[in-house]
Write a protein that binds this ligand. Sequence first.
Ligand code: PEP
Length: 260
Amino acid sequence: MEDDRLVIRVPVIAANWKMHKGPTETRQFLEGFLPGLHGDGGSPEVVICPPFVSLEAAVAACEGSPVEVAAQNMHFEEQGAYTGEVSAPMLVELGVDGVVLGHSERRQDFGETDENLARKMVTAVSAGLTPILCVGETEEERRSDETEAVLSRQVLTDLAELHDEQLERVVIAYEPIWAIGTGLTASVEQAEEAAATVRELVRTRDAEAAEKVRILYGGSVKPENAAELLAPADVDGALVGGASLSPEDFAAIVAAAPTS
Ligand code: PEP
């Protein structure tokens, strides 16, 4: 069963750089990081998510390597009067492979809604971008036993406009908000339980997609805790913030991913 899982679902280790690293630092990071990467068949998929202005540098530096590049947000429309926004076709033109959608910092600080996200998910998948959809509860919601209800609302609404056959192309990151950038991590049991809940929610849409969709854990993943957090059967990788800013630490997290 375990082996089947690894063959079907290649782990994903993604670096969310947030508002760090302009083009020069992006190139420097990748010069240090890429040579140590072993891109053989048993390796996880590695994704770098730099700020918009560094995407072009990242795409150029990653050319010929197995590393993929994703943006950290995008608009749901293809073009229009949306000052300061970036569209899916623009990202595709740059050679970007994916996009993080619904990160809790965007939900909490920039008014991102599940309704908007439902539209963004369709736009991303239709453009050929792999969305990394972030979901997760606040500390208060966990304390009041609302985690499952929050995940249910987010996952079902955010995926609502995708056709069933598009679901397997989605990556979902379970990121408890209380563990992001705080140094606190979910316990292995909490990560496992939430990832299983997310998979069951996808199963209510489509059983085959539920087996194929990759579900990541995010929240203070570090070289020291990566192996145990990546071990549960339903956890298919990690979305890494702070520790992904160091090429050495990020490489150590990539090395901790289970091999297929
Ligand atoms: C994130 O921002 O997605 C994240 C998981 O951050 P950190 O690893 O720093 O908690």
